[in-house]
Ligand binder design. Structure first.
Ligand SMILES: NC(=O)c1ccc[n+]([C@@H]2O[C@H](COP(=O)([O-])OP(=O)(O)OC[C@H]3O[C@@H](n4cnc5c(N)ncnc54)[C@H](OP(=O)(O)O)[C@@H]3O)[C@@H](O)[C@H]2O)c1
Length: 236
């Protein structure tokens, strides 16, 4: 008999996170959608995730509290889909270092003490690697390194732009950049550069979530770094 599949999703309230929660529930996985306890939209997230069939978890972003909660829940899958933006970091006194790296690293350490070890899925970004430059890419490189050296089974996803008509947060710059890039890539694709097109083109949250959950549930897919083209062509 296969053991019950249980997922804990950090960053569940994000554009990608909420679709990952939906895809997990649709795949029959018992799903805990994490919402920060001081969220101003806690009640509406409770309703939204409850309607999907997921449980809401409001554990504080504190290492002791998070470790204790994960020991209780014993998830078999853990998703880290967290990240701040320039706009938000001013309002919240946060940074790529404290959120994109810091909260992901906290979660990795909390997950590392579990036995059996859960499979850890980290949503990183195109461009991350040892030669990455800039605070955003460097924070994500550090998070990737922390995961690789943690001993946890992992998947690291490096998508290009994640955007779509269904994105409710206004990110006009990002949307326009993705549209321009997708337009140029269509030309590249027509000229025979299909692989280049797949590598850099944008994805929407639903498509990305489908790939992340499918790969997470596939026991043969482990300790891999997934490039944008592998994510956009998943299931094709
Ligand atoms: N958007 C792109 O084009 C793109 C491309 C490649 C990679 N990525 C990376 O992929 C990740 C997910 O992308 P997305 O577009 O789904 O992000 P998103 O919609 O901005 O969601 C970010 C998530 O992180 C949480 N978060 C942010 N600041 C936090 C803080 N200080 N404390 C606790 N939680 C915090 C948010 O919680 P609240 O709802 O409570 O704020 C939300 O759940 C991001 O980290 C992003 O950098 C994005």
């Amino acid at each position: 008999m296969t053991p019950p599949r249980r997922a804990f999703v950090a960053g569940a309230t994000g554009y990608t996170g909420r679709e990952v929660v939906r895809a997990l529930v649709e795949s029959g996985v018992q799903t805990y959608a994490h919402v920060r306890p001081d969220s101003s939209s806690l009640a509406s997230w409770g309703e939204r995730f409850g309607a999907l069939g997921a449980e809401v978890d409001t554990t504080a972003w504190d290492e002791g509290a998070m470790s204790g909660r994960l020991l209780e829940l014993a998830p078999t899958l853990l998703f880290a889909l967290l990240g701040t933006t320039r706009h938000r970091m001013q309002a919240e006194q946060a940074s790529y270092d404290t959120v994109d790296y810091g909260l992901t690293a906290l979660l990795i350490r909390a997950a590392s003490i579990l036995s059996p070890k859960p499979k850890f899925v980290y949503l990183s970004s195109l461009g991350v690697g040892p030669r990455a430059r800039g605070a955003y890419l460097l924070a994500r490189h550090r998070a990737e390194e922390a995961l690789r050296s943690s001993g946890l089974p992992y998947l690291i996803a490096r998508p290009s732009f994640i955007t779509g008509e269904d994105r409710d947060e206004a990110r006009p710059g990002e949307r326009v950049a993705a549209q321009v890039a997708d337009g140029l890539l269509q030309v590249v694709g027509k000229l025979g550069g299909r692989k280049v097109q797949d590598r850099y083109r944008s994805t929407d949250a639903r498509g990305l979530a489908h790939a992340l959950v499918g790969l997470a549930l596939d026991e043969a897919r482990v300790n891999e770094v997934l490039s944008s083209d592998q994510l956009v062509t998943y299931g094709r």
